[in-house]
Design a protein around this ligand. Structure first.
Ligand code: NDP
Ligand code: GDR
Length: 345
């Protein structure tokens, strides 16, 4: 029998890579879809023809119980979240509901469907649960690099909600014997990254400026440093975490840090432009409480999962610029076509 996986956050960056990876391993994969006409459903359907869908929303416990009951998964990957950190200051309550309470709702759905209670703590035959924890939980870092037991000091409502999700997953493991693990993943990017995140904002701007479709790029803190990796590598770590004999949490990152300024320089070099002529620092884009540096110590993931990243930072930024150049060129061709049609009427 093929294994069955349920992925929340299927329409997001990681959901698409994870679905492709699991389908490639022979899994039957269901994606949780919210909303009556989610515009991103058709895009993920085109990418993964063999994917199935089930309705549900992290805000609605009943829908999660129904989804888990219908799919009867071996593995649940909880990737759903409002993932853009600045939104968590303007919509703090909603972010806490989805990113924090949403985790509890899914754990409860799994507990109810698998009939787990305090007296039944055997870990056999259970649904395995992956929680998308984040390096944002380390925030104002207490030590560098950060590992699984580094103290958390989150700096945004997003980070605080993720800490709740992290500990409630651990609590269900300790209370009910549930196989639940959290992957503390550092920033990971790809051509599928949302354009609001800094790397994609930069690579898309570099492509558009190269083609004369944009002139300036407005950015916030150029000195912020992150440990950036490739999303396609990181979803493999998620899967590996659920294949271990004992459930435990893992830090996943490259172990190397770069600044936003480095990302800008590499992206603009890739299109033969001088970034200093185009980048404008905009104080409006600086966060109320910034996370200045984050760097992973992925030693446990190396030793126990045998996981290693395959794409380095320079390759990642260049890969994203190339993809954005292709996309921007296509859009420019459509713009010309539209103009030609409009003037021929
Ligand atoms: P994206 O922002 O690309 O995707 C977020 C997903 O969450 C979307 O599919 C969205 O679906 C879904 N979602 C949002 N709200 C709800 C809701 N109420 N009910 C159901 N689904 C919902 O994020 P990523 O793919 O980049 O990240 C995946 C997870 O990993 C997130 O939890 C993120 O916080 C975490 N993470 C990400 C890192 C990164 O660098 N990418 C690093 C560390 C952690 P919809 O189409 O309905 O909006
Ligand atoms: P982050 O990613 O907040 O780390 O969260 P993001 O790319 O948004 O920011 C990274 C750093 O770049 C600085 N920055 C800017 N950021 C954005 N978005 N736009 C700008 O114009 C800009 N200028 C400078 C930021 O201040 C920050 O320091 C991501 C998300 O995927 C989370 O969901 C995930 O949990 C963490 O990574 C790990």
């Amino acid at each position: 029998m093929p294994k069955r996986a349920l992925i929340t956050g299927i329409t997001g960056q990681d959901g698409s890579y994870l679905a492709e990876h699991l389908l490639g391993l022979g899994y039957q994969v269901w994606g949780l879809i919210r909303g009556q006409a989610n515009p991103r459903k058709s895009r993920i359907s085109r990418m993964c023809a063999d994917l199935s869908f089930v309705d549900g929303d992290m805000m609605d416990e009943g829908s999660l119980v129904s989804a888990v009951d219908k799919v009867q998964p071996d593995e649940v990957y909880n990737l759903a979240a409002i993932s853009f950190v600045p939104l968590s200051w303007s919509q703090a309550e909603l972010v806490t509901e989805i990113n924090g309470m949403g985790v509890l709702r899914m754990l409860e759905a799994i507990r109810i469907v698998s009939g787990l209670d305090k007296s039944r703590t055997a870990t056999t035959g259970q649904i395995r649960f992956y929680q998308a924890s984040s390096s944002e939980m380390f925030g104002a870092v207490e030590e560098t690099p950060q590992h699984e037991t580094t103290l958390f000091h989150p700096r945004s409502p997003y980070g605080v909600a993720k800490v709740y999700g992290h500990f409630i997953t651990r609590n269900y493991r300790e209370s009910f014997g549930m196989y639940g693990v959290s992957g503390i993943l550092f920033n990971h990017e790809s051509p599928r990254r949302g354009t609001e995140f800094v790397t994609r904002k930069i690579t898309l701007a570099a492509a558009n400026i190269k083609l004369g479709r944009q002139d300036k790029l407005h950015l916030g803190n150029l000195d912020a440093q992150r440990d950036w990796g490739y999303a396609g590598d990181y979803v493999k770590a998620m899967h590996l975490m659920l294949q271990q004999d004992e459930p435990t949490d893992y830090v996943v990152g490259t172990g190397h840090m770069h600044s936003v300024r480095d990302a800008v320089r590499i992206a603009f070099e890739a299109v033969d432009l001088d970034w200093r002529e185009h980048v404008v620092v905009d104080p409006e884009l600086v966060r109320p409480a910034e996370v200045e540096t984050l760097c992973a110590n992925p030693a446990r993931a190396h030793a126990e999962l045998g996981w290693r990243p395959s794409v380095d930072f320079v390759e990642l930024i260049r890969m994203m610029v190339e993809a954005d150049l292709r996309q921007a060129t296509r859009e420019q061709e459509y713009d010309h076509l539209d103009l030609a049609l409009a003037t021929s009427w």
